[in-house]
Design a protein around this ligand. Structure first.
Ligand code: NI
Ligand code: MN
Length: 228
């Protein structure tokens, strides 16, 4: 699996000839706009953790142009079909999993909120556990650490965990270390930082904190990738 970071919480995952976009906030994302444009992206699948604008992003335009399968909670898939006429959706609520042919995706809990930019209720926020090619990638979504992360660490042999570290709207440095320990991933990719002033952070300090605790941090510059 190849994981590419576009800044904020936007990622592209390439596995088995498939291209999966996660939380495609590209237009208006100052970190993404220098490395990619939404029009360049042609995923066959889009995964959405919740409905907030900095995750929902370019979903309607990319989905309608590509016809991609959109995997998200029930309320988000209903909204996408009802408001934007996109029928190719897979509703997936907390704790549920689905086999998508290229891999298995489980919707995990996230402690956050979820509403669309127009104020419509956006269902439960979540994260994703992605199993493909014998590897396991966890994207926590926007969340604080939560105690059930210890169960995820027991039930899944996580290779890489993607955790928010920017504080203010999600967990910060100390919270992400707590999460990483519970998950037992070892390799940790930070996200949800430096996009806007309220979430600017010191990634060198974060990396030092993680390394001293025996974790392996991978800070990805926007546009760069990690092989999993
Ligand atoms: Ni959010
Ligand atoms: Mn967010």
């Amino acid at each position: 699996m190849k994981l590419t970071f576009f800044g904020h919480a936007a990622f592209q995952l390439e596995t088995g000839g498939h291209s999966i976009l996660i939380d495609p906030f590209i237009s208006g994302n100052p970190l993404a706009e220098s490395v990619v444009s939404a029009a360049d992206l042609s995923p066959d699948t889009i995964l959405l953790t919740h409905a907030h604008g900095d995750h929902w992003g370019d979903t309607p335009t990319i989905a309608s142009r590509t016809g991609a399968l959109v995997v998200a909670n029930f309320e988000i898939t209903q909204y996408l079909t009802g408001k934007h006429g996109h029928e190719n959706v897979q509703p997936l609520n907390t704790g549920g999993a689905v086999d998508l042919g290229w891999g298995r995706v489980t919707n995990t809990w996230a402690r956050h909120s979820s509403s669309f930019p127009d104020g419509t209720y956006g269902g439960n926020p979540g994260g994703f556990m992605i199993e493909a090619e014998g590897k396991c990638l966890y994207l926590a979504g926007d969340t604080s650490p939560f105690a059930e992360m210890a169960w995820l660490g027991e039930d899944f042999d996580i290779d890489v965990a993607v955790l928010p570290i920017g504080d203010c709207f999600t967990m910060g440095h100390v919270g992400s270390l707590r999460a990483a320990r519970m998950l037992g991933a070892g390799r940790v990719v930070p996200c949800h930082y430096d996009t806007f002033p309220p979430i600017e952070t010191d990634t060198v300090a974060w990396s030092t904190l993680m390394t001293q605790a025996g974790q392996t941090p991978h800070v990805l510059a926007p546009g760069t990738s990690l092989e999993i």
